[in-house]
Design a protein around this ligand. Structure first.
Ligand code: EPU
Length: 439
């Protein structure tokens, strides 16, 4: 929520200038946990997920599943009993609050042969199109109707097909996976997304009895089975959270150990940090990022790409880093169409950034950032503004911090434990609070 009934809202108060030291333990991945919770719909047995991040989006998904008649018990470790679920109609009120609701389409069609999901609202980081999801499901035999407000699917039993994505879509791949594991025959997915969270969903489905080949590659072959069973699964570590803290350490300086993580999912990000002048040491399940504050950062251009390229979900944070570099860098966003909202807020802090069209932004470093009041426009922009505020002189207040809580478990607590001067506070809401927007 952006504000409560008393007209107060949560915000992050940050005093810049502190270096990072010590260790931060990374939580489980939000973008893995959400489709994995949806996967529990595909069995009458219990699915136990551990390492589920305690963030708003996962509790929202738990509420949605409960609304369908199932039970989602616990936090951190969640026991999902969807055996009694009867509903296939996702609540408008809950479903519209996050875009990941769309993966329920494939899961509900697979389980019940019927699904109705609200069309997610807002238009924050681009069109967020879903025509590839719908095309794939239609090929598999679903009859799908769309209106401005909802998507309704019907199918007797889905059948396997050869599905070609014209560009790898993360939730599109997940939707087809969830639909295909119980479908009749073989589904071949070409140009599948390979993100660590997509791979982790495949691993959970395999534990439930699904037959999937090619996990981690751009071609996934699913041989449908009659039924799936329960499973226990530990959600993969969040490489986006790990990457966020790694970029923060490179930006403010110090030496940070990023624990409970998978540095192997961050090869390109760690390469960029090293090129920019940070020291990176990779271990087993953890890594260190350090920089002495007097060592200047180099400007290094970066383009986002699908995995294993540089993740779009770390682009804003990297831009905050580049404001501290000694020269000009070009940042190109090739995944989403409208992902430079952080630029306006970074500019309020004194960042010199020129946006050229929808793809390129030029950062004119080094920028002397000053603490100020800013408004967080979306989750990853929020992480970027936190990094910028930690680099700035003086105090910043980051309003609308609920965005950050959607995907980062206790960011303020974790960064404070590593030496940052950051706290989560209640403040009076602004008269013109911006509307909600969702990732
Ligand atoms: N696209 C199409 N047609 C489609 C599907 C996608 O044109 O049918 C386009 C999109 O418009 C976008 C690009 O393809 O320009 C990539 O979209 P994708 O479908 O891969 O994104 P998504 O599945 O909607 C997930 C993450 C996002 C992350 C993207 C890219 C979840 C719940 N969300 O979104 O995460 O940015 O993949 O990696 O997994 C976040 O966590 O902050 C976040 C936004």
């Amino acid at each position: 929520m952006s504000s409560d009934v008393t007209g107060r809202e949560r915000a992050l108060r940050i005093t810049g200038g502190a270096q990072l030291a010590g260790g931060i333990c990374v939580s489980g991945s939000k973008n893995a946990a959400l489709p994995e919770m949806a996967a529990a719909l595909l069995t009458k047995e219990t699915v136990v997920l551990s390492n589920v991040p305690k963030v708003t989006d996962t509790s929202l998904m738990a509420q949605i599943l409960a609304g369908l008649g199932g039970r989602a018990e616990g936090a951190g470790t969640i026991n999902l009993h969807m055996g009694d679920a009867r509903g296939s109609d996702v609540s408008d009120e809950l479903g519209r609050r996050m875009r990941a609701t769309i993966v329920l389409l494939g899961a509900l069609l697979g389980r019940f042969g019927h699904a109705r999901v609200p069309r997610p609202g807002g238009d924050d980081i681009g069109a967020r199109r879903i025509e590839q999801h719908l095309r794939g499901l239609r090929q598999m035999g679903a009859h799908i109707t769309e209106t401005q407000t909802e998507i309704v699917g019907e199918a007797e039993r889905l059948h396997g097909e050869r599905i070609v994505f014209d560009l790898p879509t993360v939730t599109g791949t997940e939707n087809i996976l969830l639909a295909s594991v119980l479908a009749e025959g073989r589904t071949d997915i070409f140009n599948a997304a390979r993100e660590p969270h997509v791979q982790d969903l495949c691993r959970l489905l395999a534990k439930m009895g699904a037959r999937i080949e090619g996990i981690g590659t751009e071609r996934l072959v699913v041989e449908g089975v009659r039924e799936l069973g329960g499973a226990q699964h530990t959600v993969i570590a969040d490489y986006l959270e790990a990457g966020t803290y790694a970029i923060a350490a490179a930006a403010v300086g110090g030496e940070l150990r990023i624990e409970c993580s998978r540095p192997e999912d961050l090869d390109v990000v760690l390469l960029k940090l090293e090129q920019a002048g940070a020291r990176v040491e990779v271990g087993e399940g953890s890594f260190r990022v350090g920089r002495q504050a007097r060592v200047p950062l180099k400007p290094i251009d970066m383009s986002t790409w699908t995995f294993p390229g540089f993740p779009t979900d770390l682009q804003a944070q990297y831009m905050a880093l580049m404001t501290q570099a000694d020269g000009e860098s070009v940042i190109s966003e090739y995944v989403h169409e409208n992902r430079f909202q952080h630029v306006r807020e970074l500019a309020k802090m004194g960042a010199g950034i020129t946006v050229q069209g929808r793809i390129h932004a030029i950062v004119h470093g080094p920028c002397r950032l000053r603490g100020t009041d800013v408004s967080i426009p979306d989750i990853r922009s929020g992480a970027a503004l936190v990094i910028a505020a930690m680099c700035a002189e003086g105090d910043s207040l980051l309003r609308n911090s609920w965005h950050v809580d959607r995907g980062y478990e206790d960011m303020a607590g974790k960064l404070a434990s590593a030496g940052a001067r950051i706290e989560s506070v209640w403040v009076d809401s602004e008269a013109t609070a911006p509307g909600h927007s969702y990732e």
